[in-house]
Design a protein. Structure first.
Length: 109
């Protein structure tokens, strides 16, 4: 047996096995077809359209913002955090004969 004859025999055996294991075509055609599945892309297109419409409405219908204040009038929103009860004490130097304490004290001149 030559190599070609052996190959033909192997291919014939493979074809016969496929024919035995293959389902009947008329049985396959008679089966009810499953309902078609919706592609995720079919839902993505309307969702993208809704998102684009919402973006257009957001930019067209949004209220106008007031003009920003000039930088010369800006005040720090956290400046109050730097204020302490002793801020007045630290504002100036003490004077001789004066006390920051509210104790009755005698000063002799």
């Amino acid at each position: 047996m030559t190599g070609d004859d052996r190959l033909k025999a192997l291919l014939a055996e493979l074809r016969a096995r496929d024919e035995r294991e293959a389902p009947d075509l008329s049985g396959l055609l008679a089966r009810p077809r499953p309902a078609p599945r919706r592609s995720p892309l079919a839902l993505l297109v309307p969702a993208a359209g809704l998102a684009a419409g919402a973006a257009v409405l957001f930019f067209v219908l949004r209220p106008e913002r007031p003009a920003p204040e000039p930088i010369s009038q800006w005040r720090s929103p956290t400046a109050f955090l730097l204020q302490t009860p002793e801020t007045g004490l630290l504002a100036g130097a003490p004077r001789v004969g004066e006390s920051w304490l509210s104790l009755p004290a005698e000063v002799k001149r």
